[in-house]
Design a protein around this ligand. Structure first.
Ligand SMILES: *[C@@H]1O[C@H](CO)[C@@H](O)[C@H](O)[C@H]1NC(C)=O
Ligand SMILES: *[C@@H]1O[C@H](CO)[C@@H](O)[C@H](O)[C@H]1NC(C)=O
Length: 360
């Protein structure tokens, strides 16, 4: 017994004297990586299809904007809505778990796209996500199929699939994938663009490209990652993948207290909203790997390849990008974001560690 304790202590002291490494520590598997049974078929009856609706955003500001709702069965009427013009691009926002077009995310993002000259549509999946999360995950597959049917009928009324941009937040970032995959299966045509705002990792992160968001889903897929080991996913599944502040946790109000899992996850949305209003301001640098992005260590790559997060992203500069931001809206750092000394933790840690409160 004493000998075992002695051996244990000897061994521990050997381990603690070694420098750590990722090989020794291991890598995170991520929150709820697998959901056994999550691929079981879910069926939406014809009676409940009416809860699948698209809301057209009209003119007006956020408080008094005109909103007109069309059910699954009313696509012909939607195409004739006075606020729809299929010569323009069409943005469709798809919310996450428990989200609704009446809640703030959609209420703010819809008018923001309208202001950019888009037809702005909000998909309501609320009825199909108001249940336990792993069940909602199962429902996103048939939701994807039925929304694709809605889009196919809209193309008969003049919608150009190449002018369609799906924006999905969290679970919505996976729902948009199922919409696009079904649309492609039914028409042979890929949609123009998908923007994934920290697409859900729970129940998805270990699945293959047929069962989660993937770059094959649209002509261009960009992913904004803000909480990759928590509610988001770590894999670079888009053409352009932004790992904001390394993608793990976002800076909060107190330097050494990051905003928590949900706060970091939602940051993908607020950053996207800020990028709609500040199109050239979120300048990111290319990394060699997700690991390098996590370590915020892409500053010295030569040559430095940059890309901008937002509607102006250069589609030809693909890969993994690190984006540094501040902790408050509108978050962007402009070209300062390309300098290591402006990286949030680096910039503010020294102010704190220089402080000696007991010195008097
Ligand atoms: C699409 O159009 C076909 C033919 O008019 C109709 O039978 C079907 O119900 C429509 N589906 C949707 C989702 O609008
Ligand atoms: C991207 O590449 C395509 C095809 O090579 C080219 O036509 C297009 O102009 C390029 N776009 C930009 C922004 O460089």
């Amino acid at each position: 017994m004493v000998r075992r304790l002695y051996n244990f202590l000897m061994f521990s002291s050997v381990v603690s004297a070694m420098y750590s490494s990722k090989a020794m520590e291991g890598y995170p598997t991520g929150y709820l990586a697998d959901c056994p049974g999550g691929d079981r078929e879910a069926i939406i009856s014809r009676k409940t299809l009416k809860y699948l609706t698209l809301t057209v955003i009209g003119k007006g500001n956020i408080q008094n904007v005109k909103k007109t709702r069309y059910t699954y069965f009313q696509m012909k009427s939607l195409a004739k809505d006075p606020d729809i013009d299929f010569k323009k691009k069409t943005a469709i926002y798809v919310g996450g778990y428990l989200d609704s077009p009446n809640f703030p995310f959609a209420s703010v993002l819809g008018p923001a796209y309208k202001k950019q000259g888009y037809n702005a549509l909000l998909l309501d999946t609320n009825k199909f996500t108001t249940m336990e999360y792993p069940v909602a995950v199962r429902y996103m597959r048939p939701v994807g199929q039925h929304v694709a049917e809605m889009l196919v009928n809209l193309t008969k009324e003049g919608l150009d699939p190449k002018k369609v941009e799906l924006i999905g937040l969290s679970l919505g970032g996976q729902t948009v994938s199922f919409i696009a995959k079904n649309f492609k299966r039914m028409t042979g045509v890929t949609l123009g663009r998908i923007t994934g705002l920290d697409p859900s990792g729970p129940c998805f992160r270990n699945l293959g490209p047929d069962d989660r968001l993937d770059q094959a889903d649209a002509d261009f897929v960009d992913v904004i990652s803000t909480n990759i080991d928590g509610f988001g996913m770590a894999a670079p599944v888009g053409h352009v993948n932004f790992y904001v502040n390394g993608g793990e946790f976002q800076p909060g109000d107190i330097l050494w207290m990051p905003c928590n899992v949900l706060c970091s996850h939602i940051r993908s949305y607020t950053i996207w909203l800020a990028a709609l209003q500040n199109p050239d301001s979120f300048i990111a640098m290319q990394c060699e790997s997700v690991q390098q992005a996590r370590e915020k260590n892409c500053y010295d790559n030569k040559p430095m390849v940059t890309n901008v997060l937002g509607l102006e992203t250069d589609h030809n500069k693909t890969g993994i990008f690190f984006l540094a931001t501040q902790n408050n809206f509108p978050y962007y750092l402009g070209t300062n974001g390309l300098k290591r000394e402006y990286e949030f933790f680096h910039a503010h840690m020294k102010e704190i560690t220089d402080n000696d409160p007991m010195k008097m």
